[in-house]
Design a protein around this ligand. Structure first.
Ligand code: NI
Length: 191
């Protein structure tokens, strides 16, 4: 089922999400719905707070990445579910600029500087533990999505000048004055 994507200004996006446990209710269905929602919105990653669930659950679509590695636990279509993902610094990491966007902040794209690689550890949807050194697009998406689990949005990570230039646009979205080509939830209702 496609879920509405919560947009900038809704409090769930600013909360630190809770750890997933084996008895988190409807976990498998939520993961399936998030994959469908992510793909329906042409997103490359989605975090559970973006569909209103304050849980440390992320989905990633490897099938739309040019440089995706083989990732343990990914399904045959390239959908990957990460429970309680954690990253550690990679010794060879360098800072990299890349233009990011976010399904929760329609029509905003900004350059964000992040490490270009990292060590990732997560629990799969079968509750097996996995580890991987990630780089390229996967490393970028994972950092963006883990930020969501900590209540951080990519617009928090842009320069002071860019932030000032974005203020008006972000205020509009926070009032519900926004549209997207996928179902969204705003303070002013669903679109
Ligand atoms: Ni995002």
């Amino acid at each position: 089922m496609v879920l509405p994507i919560y947009t900038y200004g809704l409090p769930v996006l600013r909360r630190r999400a809770d750890e997933v446990t084996a008895d988190s209710p409807d976990l498998q269905r939520l993961a399936d719905d998030m994959i469908e929602t992510m793909r329906g919105a042409h997103g490359i990653g989605l975090a559970a707070p973006q569909v209103g669930h304050s849980l440390r659950l992320v989905t990633v679509d490897l099938s739309v990445m040019d440089d995706a590695p083989d990732v343990p636990g990914a399904d045959p279509s390239g959908a990957l579910v990460l429970l309680n993902p954690e990253v550690a610094p990679h010794p060879a990491a360098e800072r990299e600029e890349f233009e990011e966007g976010c399904l929760s902040i329609p029509d905003v794209r900004e350059v964000v500087v992040r490490p270009d690689r990292l060590r990732l550890r997560w629990t799969g949807r079968d509750f097996a533990t996995h580890e991987l050194d990630a780089e390229g697009m996967l490393a970028r998406v994972i950092q963006h999505e883990i930020d969501h689990l900590d209540g951080v949005l990519f617009t928090d990570r842009v320069s002071a000048l860019r932030k000032r230039l974005l203020t008006r646009r972000l205020r509009m979205i926070a009032r519900g004055e926004t549209e997207a080509e996928y179902p969204i939830r705003t303070v002013a209702g669903d679109r």
